[in-house]
Design a protein around this ligand. Structure first.
Ligand code: AMP
Length: 112
């Protein structure tokens, strides 16, 4: 399967890794939308939140559990935002589930 984030996880495409464990991989977004912009992804291919099921919910829970650890390591003591775009209307450009961690400044109140 031709998936950009699978290639990044495998190390075939370089990334700036900030965290890795058995289930999750996190790296800096190449086009940051905030002073801190990290992408957290499952190591196994899940297309989006729309593909989350009973079968992969444990993996997704492990990925979510990595987020506060990454936020703490990034010094986001004042809070942050977690975003996951889904599908066409959600403007998801990479079809591998990812959570954007955005922070390092006071973010816009506007959500969409
Ligand atoms: P989304 O639009 O929600 O699917 O988010 C995809 C994100 O991946 C965007 O914020 C891109 O800037 C980011 N991105 C695309 N290619 C790379 C890459 N090679 N390394 C790091 N981030 C990337």
């Amino acid at each position: 399967m031709d998936c950009l984030f699978c290639a990044i996880i495998k190390g075939d495409i370089p990334s700036t890794k900030v965290y890795e464990d058995e289930y999750a991989y996190a790296f800096r977004d190449i086009n940051p939308a905030a002073p801190t912009h990290v992408l957290v992804v499952p190591k196994t291919h899940i297309a989006s939140i729309d593909a989350v099921s009973e079968e992969n919910a444990d993996t997704v829970a492990h990925v979510l559990a990595a987020i506060p650890k990454i936020a703490a390591a990034e010094g986001l003591v004042n809070g942050y935002r977690v975003v996951s775009n889904v599908g066409e209307d959600g403007c998801q450009s990479v079809k591998h589930l990812h959570f954007h961690i955005l922070g390092g400044t006071k973010l816009s109140e506007k959500m969409a």
